[in-house]
Design a protein around this ligand. Structure first.
Ligand code: MN
Length: 311
């Protein structure tokens, strides 16, 4: 759905689709990125939004160890707790309002399991594609709890980049921003934008109108580059994520949990995971090892056609 503005820059609504997560106790998520018509928003390449799920009785998130390459995972919760374990030896509890950024670089593996005392699980799992110059970097894991800052009537938590005078200390490999905005009902507000960025606005709660375009809850409003402001009109209290960045300007190949630049590179990543971790007896190779009570996830079979680069 594209609504043309007089200046030609439309607000495009990206609709969410339901996707079951892997693992024996699968949880369903709503995916807005990637989708058929759009692979990237800045370097953001993956938006999974889930919950609120009632997970009492053990129906929470259980994602056994799985690999990543060429990307950063950005975990952000609204409720519940998730234990993260990775092959750097990190064991961290992901909590609401605290961001955890895992840089896969040349290769890492991790598990994500909601804690036993979590009764409600609600959050997002986001990926950032690393630019070619950074994608072979060493893996890393970082945590940051941004201050909740009043900005007029809006409460802002900036977990990556800068917005409304707040700056996250976490390094990024391309210019980007990620922030939670909590809006009260009331007069429309104007949010300043970087004209070099494109943006996605994910509506988690409430009804939001973005520059005159209604954006259903759980969908994403896409804004192209070239804007210096956007008007947000909340009909009732509204919680949203603002994700933006300079267009990556690179074609990526994304399959399962890997990002590369060609079909053949993805095949190599898959073969390394299967050989070094799933069937291998060695140290996990580039992916290392996770201290986890259970089996890692085997990679699915490659499709019968060559993977195409998108961007
Ligand atoms: Mn993962």
């Amino acid at each position: 759905m594209l609504e043309d503005r007089p200046d030609g820059s439309g607000v495009e609504v990206l609709s969410a689709r339901d996707v079951p997560l892997g693992g024996p106790r699968a949880m369903s998520v709503r995916r807005t990125l990637p989708q058929r018509g759009r692979s990237l928003i800045g370097a953001w390449c993956f938006i999974d939004h889930y919950g609120p799920h009632d997970v009492r009785g053990g129906r929470g998130m259980v994602v056994p160890p799985h690999p990543h390459t060429g990307l950063q995972t950005v975990s952000w919760l609204f409720s519940g707790e998730v234990e993260h374990r990775d092959s750097l030896g990190s064991i961290a509890t992901v909590r609401p309002g605290e961001v955890n950024v895992m840089t896969a670089g040349s290769g890492i593996q991790h598990s994500e399991v909601s804690t036993d005392d979590t009764s409600e699980l609600h959050g997002v799992q986001l990926w950032v594609a690393l630019p070619d110059a950074a994608r072979h970097c060493s893996p890393a894991f970082e945590h940051y709890a941004p201050e909740a800052v009043a900005w007029g009537d809006v409460t802002v938590r900036v977990f990556l980049g800068s917005l409304a005078g707040q700056t996250s200390p976490l390094p990024t490999h391309s210019p980007l921003v990620g922030a939670q905005l909590d809006l009260p009902a009331g007069d429309p507000i104007a949010v300043p934008l970087d004209p070099a960025f494109e943006y996605g606005i994910l509506v988690d709660r409430g009804a939001l109108v973005v520059d005159g375009t209604p954006v259903p809850r759980v969908d994403v409003a896409y804004l192209p580059v070239g804007r210096d402001t956007v008007t947000l009109d909340a009909d009732g209290a509204c919680r949203l994520l603002l994700l933006g960045g300079e267009p990556l300007g690179e074609q990526i190949v994304m399959w399962w949990n890997f990002i590369g630049r060609s079909h053949d590179e993805i095949v190599k990543f898959r073969e390394a995971w299967q050989a070094d971790v799933i069937t291998g007896l060695d140290d996990g190779g580039r992916f290392g090892a996770v201290d986890y009570d259970g089996q890692p996830l085997a990679a699915p079979t490659m499709p019968g056609v060559r993977l195409r680069a998108r961007g």
